[in-house]
Write a protein that binds this ligand. Sequence first.
Ligand code: ZN
Ligand code: ZN
Length: 363
Amino acid sequence: MSARAERLTAELDEAGVDLLLVTNLINVRYLTGYTGSNGAALVGVGTRAFATDFRYVEQAAEQVEPTYARLIAGVDNPSHDLPTVLTAAALPDGDLKVGFEQDHTSYAAYGKLRELMPERIELVGLSGIVEKLRRVKDAGEIEKITAATKIADEALEALLAGGIVGKTERELALALEHDMRLRGASGPSFDSIVASGAHGALPHAVPRDVKIEKGQLVTFDWGAIYDGYCSDCTRTVAAGEPGPREREAYELVLGAQMIGVAEICAGGDGKAIDRAVRDVIDGAGHKEHFGHGLGHGVGLEIHEAPNLSPRSTDTLLPGDVVTVEPGVYVPGEFGLRIEDLIVVQESGTKILTSIPKALRIVD
Ligand code: ZN
Ligand code: ZN
């Protein structure tokens, strides 16, 4: 984990700052290992400092990477403001440029920070510095995402085996989340989507108190968190024999999704991969029925870099973990989506999702 701070200082050099004040908790976790709900870090060449409050003294002692000085608000400093504690104890001498995470800093927090910093400090708002490091996963991180995927896959298989017709979307979503926790997840990686019939035309549908009926397509989009890392998968199944329009759309999305999966590789272009899949769906007359991006990175957060979409500027790198998730959404009628989670490797890829994709008819 100390290699992460080394990689960060190289990024800071490139960004033209001496230090970075890290206040986003996910970024703090990534750098230091700390998983509590109040913590911040200050990192630069020769500077590794972490601050939290009294409630987390023991947790910090256990989790925070030993190269970081550990500071406790109210003990090492009378203030309870973590940037105050960090800068009072760990700022080197001289004129310095200190970066802060502008995407995670409120206007009020910035004002306080400016007030607190001595004149000699120039504050520089930076975006996506730690996120850039987080994008490429190491073997340990991929292991955790793999474990999260396995939990989620097993939970869906168990759910489908128990039957879905006559159960409500809400019941199924809750059962899925309950089962993932029993299998070792700390929770779902986002609010599970279970959407049947016309409701499936909403890509981010919220489960309703509505029973699944025979003949409907039912979309499940769900994931588990294991040791901080997320999984993400979508499967659409048919509750009994579907109509010809639904079946045709399913085969179309499946074919397009498989083209997308095959296009994933180190060096692949996020925009071109999206295009390759979109062309298939557009060409079948569903241009206006696929309005979201093809995929996204997954890690400590459910949505992170890189991006596969018409607006993407990303080129895939070994260690990226990305989804491929085209869909077709016909308003008022039905919707469907198929999503796999994939690791980009030096050569080739590894598909983490193990649930079969051929249209499954369940009771
Ligand atoms: Zn998903
Ligand atoms: Zn997704």
